[in-house]
Design a protein around this ligand. Structure first.
Ligand code: AKB
Length: 320
């Protein structure tokens, strides 16, 4: 990777990934692509170039690729699962239409492309425990439909046109930096904010709802490492299962209580999110990622909880 374009650079993953890439590669070589209304601010704006890149407009993608001589595109434009269910047409337009535009530009200009998939690419008929790399993928949400279709389209461009497409299936991502918006796994971020603010957490999912989760530093490292991996070792491309921890609401609540004993949680279920969560795996088997590009997570639930609480206290200026 020499010159990188991040599409969706001001979103939940993009804002942190752009900064990480600027720390690893010359800052001026990492372009923050954004849509009007979601402009980069602060360090993200000041630390490198930025360009308007609406993924639904292939001309804007091509212009940024030409102007900055881009060889690698990180495509992070997407709606999260619950929002995608509320706006299925827009989810398709951004998720699949946008991916098609990106892949076409990549084919013409010779770029590599990273497009994250998700645990949302699986469905009710998928084996739920230690979900294998290659298995049944029949999701019944628009988010899942766009993710499976995106995996297939990316593999098609690799095989048919030689475009270097690679990706991972992200679990729920947890971070104290940029909040997620409209996902099913968001509760696992919101719960930390409630704990630090001294509020009772209203959990939208019922006890026993297991899902894979990951701390953002591990997720960012995965996105970089898969793109840096030796292609001769890759038997898979789109997309690799990656995993680090799996828990249900009771487990994360109990873990936080170890550090915040007065913390309280009640259940106020959200039927849409519960339906989506029930259709997703309880845990993923990430053996292929470990074997093909040496994937290894660093954070477990305890290490993540300590880091989240410490950093959220600083961010929210809470002294206790
Ligand atoms: C969501 O909940 O929609 C995302 C995901 C797991 O893909 N965080």
């Amino acid at each position: 990777m020499k010159n990188i374009l991040v599409i969706g650079s001001t979103g939940q993953i993009g804002s942190e990934l752009t900064m990480k890439l600027r720390g690893l590669y010359p800052e001026g070589n990492v372009v923050a692509g954004y849509i009007p209304g979601a402009e980069p601010k602060g360090q993200l704006l000041e630390s490198g170039p930025s360009a308007v890149v609406d993924i639904t407009d292939s001309r804007q993608i091509a212009d940024a690729v030409e102007r900055y001589d881009v060889d690698t595109i990180y495509n992070l434009a997407a709606l999260l699962s619950a929002v995608a269910e509320a706006k299925p047409q827009l989810a398709w337009k951004i998720g699949l239409g946008g991916l098609f535009n990106t892949l076409e530009v990549a084919r013409e200009k010779g770029c590599a492309v990273f497009t994250p998939s998700s645990i949302g690419s699986f469905g009710l008929s998928t084996p739920h425990t230690k979900t294998p790399q290659d298995t049944i993928q029949r999701p019944d949400t628009m988010y899942g439909v766009t993710k499976v279709s995106g995996e297939l389209l990316s593999d098609y461009y690799a095989k048919r046109f030689g475009v270097d497409t690679r990706s991972v299936r992200f679990p729920g991502l947890i971070s104290y930096v940029a909040p997620p918006g409209g996902g099913t796994t968001d509760y696992a971020v919101d719960i930390y904010y409630a704990a630090v603010k001294g509020e009772t957490f209203k959990c939208p999912l019922k006890p026993g709802t297991l899902m894979d989760m990951m701390y953002m530093p591990d997720a960012l490292r995965a996105a970089v490492e898969i793109m840096e991996a030796d292609p001769a070792r890759l038997k898979h491309r789109n997309s690799f299962n990656i995993a680090s921890m799996s828990f249900d609401p009771e487990e994360i609540f109990t873990k936080i209580k170890e550090y915040v004993p007065e913390f309280k949680m009640v259940y106020e279920l959200d039927p849409l999110r519960q339906h989506i969560a029930d259709s997703w795996p309880d845990s993923l088997d990430d053996t292929c990622a470990r074997e093909e590009w040496d994937w290894k997570p660093e954070y477990d639930l305890d290490a993540m909880t300590r880091d989240m609480l410490k950093n959220l206290k600083i961010k929210l200026e809470v002294n206790n």
